[in-house]
Design a protein around this ligand. Structure first.
Ligand SMILES: [Zn+2]
Length: 176
């Protein structure tokens, strides 16, 4: 019972939030089958800030096989939130924080939604931090981390994200 209450409190529909906050549509499709331009079959998500196929500003999340695996529900949520990060932080629009001198023009294609800073570009890292903050707000995260005595598996269940993404957030909040 307690577990169910927690579930409803911390997990939200990422699609509804992105639409409400930025008017961003989120759609799920097999990139290979849909022949997404720029897709080499290993993309997890992409952002079309200027619209695609009749829809204004849209995020697409790959449901097809990527190097032999399909994204889990948790990874799909993270991918949608990561693409929204690119929209909010890197595209020329009124919501943008303009972290760079030049905004990104045109679509963005991503191979990974969880990016460690030392391994990837600053923009990819920023989009991942945005996704982590959106899906695991600081206050709730710290509280869950304490409740579950730092169990990444349990905290991951609470927020419907992967364990590695929980560790990513924990590291940046100094919880480890
Ligand atoms: Zn990205």
């Amino acid at each position: 019972m307690n577990c169910c209450r927690r579930y409803h409190r911390l997990i939200f529909h990422v699609e509804a939030v992105l639409f409400g906050a930025c008017r961003l549509f989120v759609e799920y499709c097999d990139f290979k089958r849909e022949k997404i331009p720029g897709s080499s079959g290993s993309l997890c998500g992409c952002l079309y800030p200027d619209g695609y196929r009749g829809k204004d500003r849209i995020v697409l999340v790959n449901t097809g096989r990527i190097r032999g695996h399909q994204l889990s529900t948790e990874e799909r949520r993270t991918t949608a939130a990561h693409e929204a990060g690119h929209y909010v932080l890197h595209c020329g629009n009124k919501e943008s924080a303009q972290l760079f001198f030049r905004f990104t023009k045109g679509p963005t294609f991503c191979r990974k939604a969880e990016c460690e800073e030392e391994l990837f570009s600053p923009m990819e890292y920023q989009a991942s931090v945005f996704a982590a903050c959106l899906l695991m707000p600081r206050k709730q995260f710290v509280s869950e981390w304490k409740n579950f005595l730092g169990s990444a598996a349990k905290v991951a269940e609470s927020f419907c994200v992967s364990e590695s993404f929980v560790r990513f957030r924990a590291k940046r909040l100094g919880c480890e």
